[in-house]
Ligand binder design. Structure first.
Ligand code: GBH
Length: 455
């Protein structure tokens, strides 16, 4: 895998802590995590991995790992204050000093609470506010950022945030979810035009499988093509509009919006964890049933009330997600087929397991090594078959705040003891260091050095 970039990824709310420092304003995740009962064990991101104070140590870890790039997110509520902007400016400079390319995401789910109070992503104005934020931070960091990412996983923001409510702001309204999806698409297009350098977007594309082709098509539309359509082709898929006609008339899409959503992308960033298996339900709607405690559970799958999401065969990670790397090869080849001119990069892949530090100071996470090895082989297979994949970022550099699961799930290749904030390399970090050292990294993974499939 020559001329490929090796990286690691994190996100602001999951690692930074310092939630009330240097003029940072509250975000929807502060509100959500401080609402009793929503996050496991009452965990919050108030302190997290204390990266806001420990970033020099963390960059030292990246340097030792040999990373070619680091994917982090900028906290919108933090850059309300100049001291917050200065933090990211120092971070970017320190990365560049170590030869690590900064890959900056503008939005990894931490909407300023004041914007949520004005309607959040259901309000069109939020898209304009996002574009202003992009322009401001773009001007501050300028060409020091190697690759800009507008959004991380807008599917989660729209459908988990406004549909199933398991993410902030915790709303459960299918119309709100679709409206939010559109305003995220619009905000992407506006921000792409406001940023100073190469632009991308990170999608958690679902690799949807099943015997029932129409069920697969329907889920693919509301999982993937609801973003791929407008962002890459400048139009919503006709079947999505048709499938959701009973829910909304999509009147929140104004004339010209779809063209605005589409902007030239340097590459498409893909997060992959596990495939999705579906079938059309042939009896009573599973969504009409209660969760066993008398609560009806909201689904993120808008318009899919008669589709069942099936448990897949194990083994599973600690999240209960099946381990199946074949989906990654298939997903990359599909994207290569459908968008042949768009280079791809894996911006997240990894697994949670129940890691602990042994008395001898080691964290033996052999299963994570196997997960990562299998998925890297899957990437290599896709490249062998012609997919133009430019790099791989492991999720995550550090153990961190795993959203509604709090600190109970550990995705890091570096262990964090939250009581002391001590960082300990897991076996997987040593393994990754070897992988990175064995395969030379290209001077750039985007822009001019675009490789052809045969090199
Ligand atoms: C990513 O999201 C996030 O970007 C990152 O912050 C997070 O820490 C990491 O992954 C690990 O979770 O909703 O029915 O399809 C992961 C997105 C969405 C993937 C939910 C798994 C599970 C079931 N996830 N999905 S479903």
């Amino acid at each position: 895998m020559n001329d490929f970039v090796w990286g690691a990824a994190t996100a602001a709310y999951q690692i930074e802590g310092a939630a009330r420092e240097d003029g940072r304003v509250p975000s929807i995740w502060d509100t959500y995590s401080h609402t009793p009962g929503l996050v496991l064990n009452g965990d919050t991101g108030d302190v997290a991995a204390d990266h806001y104070h420990r970033w020099p140590e963390d960059i030292g870890i990246m340097r030792e790992l040999g990373l070619g790039a680091y994917r982090f997110s900028i906290s919108w509520p933090r850059v309300y204050d100049q001291r917050g902007i200065d933090f990211y400016s120092r971070l970017v400079d320190a990365l560049l000093e170590q030869g690590i390319k900064p890959v900056a995401t503008l939005y990894h789910w931490d909407l300023p609470q004041e914007l949520e109070d004005a309607g959040g992503w259901t309000a069109r104005d939020t898209a304009y506010r996002f574009a202003e934020y992009a322009e401001r931070i773009g001007a501050a960091l300028g060409d020091r950022v190697h690759l800009w990412t507008t959004f991380n996983e807008p599917w989660c923001s729209a459908f988990l945030g406004y549909g199933s409510g398991v993410h902030a702001p915790g709303r459960t309204d299918p119309v709100a979810a679709l409206t939010a999806a559109h305003h995220l698409n619009l905000a992407h297009g506006l921000a792409a035009r406001a940023l100073p350098g190469p632009v991308s977007v990170t999608l958690n594309l679902h690799h949807v499988r099943g015997d029932d082709a129409d069920a697969v098509r329907q889920v693919d539309a509301v999982a993937n093509r609801v973003f791929l359509g407008p962002m890459l082709e400048g139009a919503y898929p006709a079947d999505l509009l048709e499938d959701t006609r009973g829910i909304t008339d999509w009147s929140f899409v104004q004339d010209g919006d779809e063209a605005t959503c589409q902007a030239p992308l340097e590459m498409l960033e893909v997060n992959y964890y596990a495939p999705t298996l579906v079938r059309r339900w042939d009896g009573v709607s599973p969504r009409a049933t209660a969760d066993g405690h008398g609560n009806s559970t909201a689904s993120p799958w808008v318009g899919c009330d008669d589709i069942e999401f099936l448990q897949q065969p194990g083994p599973y990670t600690a999240m209960g997600w099946p381990i199946d790397a074949t989906g990654l090869t298939e997903l990359l080849l599909r994207l290569h087929r459908e968008y042949p001119g768009v280079p791809l990069v894996i911006t997240e892949n990894g697994a949670a397991f129940d890691d602990r530090v042994d008395p001898d100071g080691r964290v033996r996470d052999q299963r994570r090594i196997e997960y990562l090895r299998d998925h890297l082989s899957a990437v290599e297979r896709a490249r062998d078959e012609g997919a133009d994949v430019r790099g791989y970022f492991v999720w995550s550099l550090l153990d961190n705040f795993e959203w509604a699961y709090g600190y109970s799930k550990r995705f890091g290749i570096v262990h964090v003891d939250y009581a002391t904030q001590k960082r300990t390399w897991k076996d997987s970090a040593h393994w990754y260091q070897d992988v990175v050292a064995r395969f030379p990294q290209g001077p750039k993974f985007s822009g001019a050095t675009r490789r052809s499939a045969s090199t």
